[in-house]
Design a protein around this ligand. Structure first.
Ligand SMILES: Nc1ncnc2c1ncn2[C@@H]1O[C@H](COP(=O)(O)OP(=O)(O)OP(=O)(O)O)[C@@H](O)[C@H]1O
Ligand SMILES: [Mg+2]
Length: 459
């Protein structure tokens, strides 16, 4: 099982406790939200399958308000609460949750209730067993616009058009946050497969022993713990597109299996029979695959197979002319979300944005704008907020003339220092830097930053 779960809980200890229970139970905990607005942001970016939410939360909105939104979006949820009064419980029940967990709860109760909730939810949506659609596949209206008018982005847009109308494999290369997934979705939605599923698989987010069944499925009883038959992502995506994100992280033995699937166009579910599938592959990575090949971590034959049409996304610092456009785009989106009217971005803000190096690229710019929108009340956006800082009028640091690598190294060290060298979890360096922990680890390795032991990071 690798259901993605969001925990909405404002009590830190409680949340941390839940996180470790859920991880042990095989769930992927995407993030912990402390409030409803935070939860909504995470839901948009992470698209969890299940939400575990406290009824009482800090801020104006309660868990019940969030539950109504989840209901509308057909996301399964389970409440979590200490004993509440009858009125509140009735209001909560009216939102039709899949369950209530009353604090203090036992580990087993949490896992059983969530398993049941997830099962019922899939039944309700008519998904169980059919595997036609499911987590990871998205409706066409989800598609977001690609912003950018720099020369390098125009080239990318041209490539997207060319390759979109064909059916060949595409390899998207670029640093974290440069828009690899966005480009992959756009290619799918202009292709002839647009009315079929687009199924994304993040090869880095899955534990190695689950990837095979996640990709190719398994039969009931194929191995200990395989209580039900599982339809793999390749079969879910039949006639559509599989987006293999972070393909550089795929373990070698699965690279062999993937290669075979690509060559023979058939999958073999664990414990089951081979079946034909018709999928288009779009892969992405922020690693240098040639370097990975030289180091023996990536198979050359698979590389040839997927590297038919590479598209390289430029880092944001190399196309600074797009920064104002992107900032404007995100201000519009987030102002609308927050019901604010912001018509302009102050010149000094644009200047600061353009002077910054953007190690986290567009994702980082988007997040900074999202927070800044919250801080600004007038029609002109005047304040910026850096990740991990609490003061409201902090502007981004001026850049000295340092090399890109030096800058990146300094920045990572600074953030590591701020969070006591903790990488994982809420408030950990990976979150503050808005990177995947695996990406952060590999960057640290590359930059020669040695890890310091932190007790919660041992798993
Ligand atoms: N050109 C663009 N125009 C508008 N939004 C963009 C653009 N590029 C990226 N974004 C937005 O930035 C965010 C990050 O993009 P995306 O997830 O596609 O990046 P990524 O390269 O897959 O990153 P990672 O390696 O961290 O997974 C998304 O919210 C995406 O919609
Ligand atoms: Mg991505």
């Amino acid at each position: 099982m690798n259901t993605k779960i969001l925990v909405v809980e404002d009590q830190f200890i409680e949340a941390d406790n839940l996180r470790s229970i859920l991880r042990k139970g095989g769930y992927l905990v995407c993030k912990i939200a402390r409030s409803v607005p935070e939860a909504l942001q995470i839901i948009e970016s992470e698209k969890p399958n299940l939400v575990l939410l406290d009824i009482y939360l800090k801020g104006e909105l309660t868990g019940i308000d969030l539950a109504k939104i989840l209901r509308d979006q057909q996301i399964a949820f389970v409440y979590l609460s200490a004993n509440s009064n009858k009125q509140i419980l009735d209001a909560a029940k009216a939102t039709k949750p899949y369950g209530f967990l009353v604090k203090p709860f036992r580990e087993k109760d949490v896992l059983v209730m969530l398993d049941v909730a997830w099962y019922l939810h899939r039944q309700n949506l008519g998904l169980s067993g059919s595997g036609k659609s499911g987590p990871g596949s998205q409706p066409a209206h989800d598609i977001k616009e690609i912003i950018g008018s720099s020369k390098s982005m125009n080239e990318v847009l041209n490539e997207v058009k060319i390759v979109g109308t064909s059916d060949i494999s595409v390899l998207i290369l670029g640093e974290s946050g440069t828009g690899k997934e966005l480009i992959a979705q756009n290619i799918h939605y202009i292709s002839a497969r647009k009315n079929k599923p687009f199924v994304a698989v993040n090869c880095a987010a899955l534990p190695a022993n689950l990837i095979e069944s996640e990709l190719f499925g398994h039969e009931k009883g194929a191995f200990t713990g395989a209580i039900d038959k599982r339809i793999g992502k390749f079969e879910q995506a039949n006639e559509g597109t599989v987006f293999l994100d972070e393909i550089g992280e795929l373990p070698l033995e699965l690279q062999v299996k993937l290669l075979r699937v690509l060559q023979e166009k058939e999958i073999e579910p664990i414990g089951g029979r081979k079946k034909k599938v018709d999928v288009r592959i779009i892969a992405a990575t922020n690693r240098d695959l040639e370097e990975e090949i030289a180091a023996g971590r990536f198979r050359l034959d698979l590389y040839y197979r997927i590297n038919i049409f590479p598209i390289t996304l430029p880092p944001l610092r190399e196309r600074k002319e797009d920064i104002a456009l992107l900032a404007d785009h995100f201000v519009r989106i987030y102002a609308r979300k927050e019901n604010k009217i912001i018509t302009e971005i102050a010149d000094h803000v644009i200047q600061t944005l353009q002077n910054y190096d953007w190690p986290g690229n567009i994702r980082q710019l988007e997040n900074i704008i999202a927070r800044s929108v919250l801080l600004n009340n007038g029609p002109i956006l005047e304040f910026l907020k850096l990740p991990g800082q609490n003061k409201s009028n902090v502007t981004l640091p001026e850049t000295r003339i340092k090399s890109m690598t030096e800058n990146e190294r300094d920045h990572i060290l600074l953030v590591l220092g701020q969070c006591n060298w903790r990488i994982y979890g809420q408030g950990g360096a990976a979150e503050l830097l808005e990177l995947n922990p695996s990406t952060l680890n590999s960057r640290m390795k590359k930059l020669g930053i040695e890890k310091k032991y932190f007790k919660h990071d041992s798993n």
